[in-house]
Design a protein around this ligand. Structure first.
Ligand SMILES: Cc1cc2nc3c(=O)[nH]c(=O)nc-3n(C[C@H](O)[C@H](O)[C@H](O)COP(=O)(O)O)c2cc1C
Length: 179
């Protein structure tokens, strides 16, 4: 079992979640390589059994660098002939897309397009996909962290959230039938 964990983060929320996921995987004795998105453009996802890809939501879309990364991956896989009609599943290949968001207006719905967009890249190359959404502080936007649709999200993901994420890796890994 080989896992790759890739993330993009500016204000640290997605990075904290990535660190917690890494700890959860290590606890399960799963060999994991963690990378920031900018250094993962040459990695072939198909060389891993389990790939985690993390992104924040910006204007209910993936941030530009994440979109660019996904387009690059699609181009590479397309050239390699990995994208086939009806997207047949590659046995044993799983991906988890994790998205941090602050949801000030419509809650989790603001993050769902990000999970779906990134998830489609994995499905197109034959991976089974799970989505994971994590409520997180909108740094520098006090009002949105107190009176938004998610209520008081100051400091999230906090120590308790991160401990739960670490523990939830086991449940998640089981639910996508990896164990
Ligand atoms: C430019 C910008 C746009 C954002 N737009 C949204 C949004 O539309 N919906 C939302 O739920 N959160 C939005 N957020 C909040 C981020 O998704 C959230 O704080 C995320 O956890 C930041 O990730 P990071 O700390 O890893 O950079 C936005 C943040 C920034 C900086």
């Amino acid at each position: 079992m080989k896992a790759l964990l890739v993330y993009w983060s500016v204000t640290g929320n997605t990075e904290k979640v990535a660190d917690a996921i890494e700890k959860g995987l290590v606890d399960q004795n799963i060999e994991v390589t963690k990378k920031v998105l900018a250094s993962a453009s040459e990695d072939n996802f198909c060389n891993y059994d389990l790939v985690f890809l993390g992104s924040p939501t910006y204007m209910f879309m993936p941030p530009e660098p994440v979109i660019k990364f996904i387009k690059g991956k699609l181009k590479t896989h397309s050239k390699r002939g990995d994208i086939k009609l009806k997207s047949p599943r590659l046995p044993g290949k799983k991906a988890v897309v994790f998205v941090t968001y602050s949801g000030p207006h419509t809650g989790e719905n603001e993050a769902v397009p990000v999970g779906k967009y990134i998830g489609q890249m994995f499905e197109h190359i034959g991976f089974e996909v799970a989505e994971w959404y994590i409520a997180s502080e909108f740094h520098g936007r006090k009002e949105m962290n107190i009176n938004g649709a998610l209520g008081d999200i100051r400091g999230k993901p906090n120590e308790q959230d991160l401990a739960k994420i670490k523990d939830d890796v086991l449940t998640l890994v089981k639910s996508i039938s990896l164990l």
